[in-house]
Design a protein around this ligand. Structure first.
Ligand SMILES: C[S@@+](CC[C@H](N)C(=O)[O-])C[C@H]1O[C@@H](n2cnc3c(N)ncnc32)[C@H](O)[C@@H]1O
Length: 241
């Protein structure tokens, strides 16, 4: 199955460097806007993701598309080492500052589509609100599989489309009008805050994403709609040989 890539205003498919530049620009106000626009719900969903990964004092966990490291302190309390990887140096810089007291985290600039890690080194992988921004999601999921140990758990939190029609319509209005307006006001980057809800609305959530996980070689374990399907938590496992 091909993973549809969003396009620029000129019609050219958005590539990973376009996405990197966009996140570099919004990095300084990213955390503030995240909290404001999600009414703090993001923290609740993220806690679900962290709890879906095994707690193991020996484990090394990859937080892919880590951004400003929202998951890092919570992951670090449950494992030996966190590797926080992201394509945007500015998001990583914010993350390093925000998580300066977390001594067990390495920060790595990396494209999810070509990870700079050896095969089979991670016990678990977390990805929050990152996968929909990757142009070739299938390739990224294959890369994550490659760098994971047999039996490793993958937990992905991503926006989707609410299942109830009224809720979907209300959230659609919020995403179409409120998110770009507030995003523009606080960050000055209206286009980024139009792109983010647009990609959420187009993301193949639920069974569609489970199919992509399977195609990449993952075994989906559990898919949980959150807040009526505004977001989804996917948990998958790498098979033991
Ligand atoms: C919406 S933010 C989420 C950040 C963080 N995980 C959180 O929960 O707040 C998406 C992140 O994915 C990163 N990203 C997008 N495409 C990427 C790619 N191809 N490889 C690695 N990181 C990528 C962006 O730079 C950005 O920091």
């Amino acid at each position: 199955m091909a993973s549809a890539a969003p396009s620029t205003e000129s019609g050219r498919p958005i590539d990973a460097q376009d996405v990197r530049r966009m996140f570099d620009r919004i990095a300084p106000t990213y955390d503030l806007l995240n909290g404001v626009l999600s009414f703090g719900l993001n923290r609740v969903w993220e806690s679900r993701l962290v709890r879906s990964l095994p707690s193991d004092p020996q484990a090394t966990v990859l937080d892919l598309c880590t951004g400003t490291g929202a998951l890092v302190p919570r992951l670090a309390r449950r494992c030996a080492r966190v590797v926080a990887a992201d394509i945007s140096p500015q998001m990583l810089a914010q993350g390093r500052r925000r998580c300066s007291t977390v001594a067990t985290c390495d920060w790595v600039e990396a494209d999810a589509q070509a990870l700079p890690f050896e095969d089979g080194i991670f016990d678990a992988v977390a990805v929050s609100y990152g996968i929909r921004n990757v142009p070739d999601r299938l390739q990224a999921l294959r890369e994550v599989l490659r760098v994971s140990k047999p039996g490793a758990t993958l937990a992905i939190l991503e926006f989707g489309q609410a299942r109830n029609r009224l809720w979907r319509a209300l959230f659609g209005l919020y995403a179409r009008f409120v998110i770009p307006a507030v995003g523009a006001l606080i960050s000055g980057e209206r286009a980024a805050y139009e792109y983010l809800p647009r990609t959420s609305a187009a993301f193949p959530c639920g069974e569609g994403f489970e199919r992509l996980l399977k195609e990449a070689g993952w075994m989906p374990v559990k898919t949980t709609p959150l807040s009526g399907g505004v977001a989804y938590l996917y948990v998958a496992r790498k098979a033991n040989p």
